[in-house]
Design a protein around this ligand. Structure first.
Ligand code: ADP
Ligand code: 5GP
Length: 209
């Protein structure tokens, strides 16, 4: 029988490069990335069902009430949530699933799904983080300051994660995450089915026949 897939949670403060790193990982690996729901308005170039499922607040609340989310959180005044059923279905099918979510959401997932792999993306420095959020050009000056101030506090949550990856160079960060995933797949507690299959079909007594 096949092992379950991994739930790989990639998070960290806004602007550290989570989106950039996840995109680069998906270009090279057959991971399945969950598309979140949000009440935020689409940015230029964002595509419904690919970037996010853009929902009205009432639709989002109705999904909360239906227990449709693995986790949800309010981030900078908008709601974001991970649709539950598809993620769990993919994991059962043996696919490795990536969630790119904020820190509050990651900690909720950790409470409910501790066997996940929790990776915190760190910026090389706070100065570089500020440069990146500014250069991305998606924020108003107020929103930029809110994100930067939050980032300063959020860095402290790194201790709750299993791994921290500094995103100095995107290719290096991708290689490190690929290595983490490879090692996690080899953990004995994740290989019960493989070990069972290895022994199946030959009883101990038959070893000497
Ligand atoms: P997040 O998803 O964490 O909010 P983004 O992926 O949007 O962050 O990255 C924020 C900005 O930083 C973007 O303009 C992106 O192009 C840039 N960026 C990401 N990673 C790097 C890197 N390793 N070196 C330089 N710039 C980067
Ligand atoms: P943005 O508005 O820049 O796309 O995202 C803002 C923040 O929300 C980012 O930190 C992003 O990782 C986070 N986010 C995106 N989707 C989800 C989700 O489904 N759940 C949670 N908790 N955070 C999310």
């Amino acid at each position: 029988m096949k092992e379950k897939g991994l739930l790989i949670v990639i998070s960290g403060p806004s602007g550290t490069g989570k989106g950039t790193v996840c995109k680069a990982i998906l270009d090279k690996n057959d991971f399945w990335i969950s598309v979140s729901a949000t009440t935020r308005s689409p940015r230029v170039g964002e595509i419904e069902g690919k970037s996010y499922y853009f929902l009205a607040k009432e639709e989002f609340v109705s999904k909360i009430n239906n227990d449709d989310f693995l986790e949800y959180a309010e981030v900078y005044g908008n709601f974001y949530g991970t649709p539950k059923s598809k993620v769990l279905e993919m994991i059962e099918q043996g696919r490795d699933v990536i969630l790119e979510i904020d820190i509050q959401g990651a900690l909720k997932v950790k409470d409910n799904y501790p066997e996940g792999v929790f990776i915190f993306i760190l910026p090389p420095s706070m100065v570089e983080l500020k440069n990146r959020i500014t250069k991305r050009g998606t924020e108003t000056p107020e929103s930029l300051m809110t994100r930067f101030k939050s980032a300063y506090k959020e860095i402290n949550y790194v201790s709750k994660y299993n791994y921290a990856v500094v995103n100095d160079n995107v290719d290096d960060a991708v290689r490190k995450i690929e290595s983490i995933v490879s090692a996690e797949r080899c953990r004995v507690d994740r290989m019960k089915e493989t070990i069972f299959d290895c022994k199946e079909g030959l009883m101990h007594e038959q070893l000497y026949d």
